[in-house]
Design a protein around this ligand. Sequence first.
Ligand SMILES: NC(=O)c1ccc[n+]([C@@H]2O[C@H](COP(=O)([O-])OP(=O)(O)OC[C@H]3O[C@@H](n4cnc5c(N)ncnc54)[C@H](OP(=O)(O)O)[C@@H]3O)[C@@H](O)[C@H]2O)c1
Length: 187
Amino acid sequence: MKYTVITGASSGIGYETALAFAARGKNLILAARRTEELEKLKSAVAGMNPELDVVIRTVDLSVATDVYSFYDSLSDYRIETWINNAGSGSFASVGEQNLDKVTTMLHLNIEALTILTSLYARDYAGVEGTQLINVTSGGGYQLVGNSVAYCATKFYVSAFTVGIAQELKGKGAAIQVKVLAPSATVT
Ligand SMILES: NC(=O)c1ccc[n+]([C@@H]2O[C@H](COP(=O)([O-])OP(=O)(O)OC[C@H]3O[C@@H](n4cnc5c(N)ncnc54)[C@H](OP(=O)(O)O)[C@@H]3O)[C@@H](O)[C@H]2O)c1
């Protein structure tokens, strides 16, 4: 059985992405901190297609050691698609930012995404039919006032993902590496 991993599946774009993959008959591995929301999503998927397997992982991806154990916990699954969607924002001008929130954002948007991208590419680059999708933002291409730190994390996601895609393509790797860059979306 093949699986699609979606981080940040408990709400918003990740939640809807899970439903969209389920509608295409994909088994899912759903990750976020809020188990209850993931359970609701699992029930919604079961209502759509009871044949699908849905695995839930409760994890705080802003903690690097937990990111590694999350990845390791999936070693028995064949992962066809990996989607790094989990992300947070911090919206305030420099000097007025909540630095706890900013550092958590840096860990989640940059560190966790880098670790998970690197591990998935290490294990699946040569596997035909696999894909990695990193969720950046319109703000990953153009800076927006009062969210410079958030935009900078998304510039990183855009650049890192395109760089990885070019590197792997240059090596003739089978995996497809993609960025999804939503503009402002009500979530
Ligand atoms: N909405 C927009 O306008 C927009 C535009 C461009 C890009 N994006 C990007 O799209 C992605 C999804 O955004 P969204 O709008 O759908 O946001 P959202 O509704 O707030 O969802 C964020 C998801 O990330 C998870 N998450 C947050 N912190 C986490 C952590 N420490 N560990 C694990 N999971 C965590 C949340 O789950 P838990 O709280 O349960 O952990 C939730 O499932 C983000 O990367 C965001 O930057 C959004």
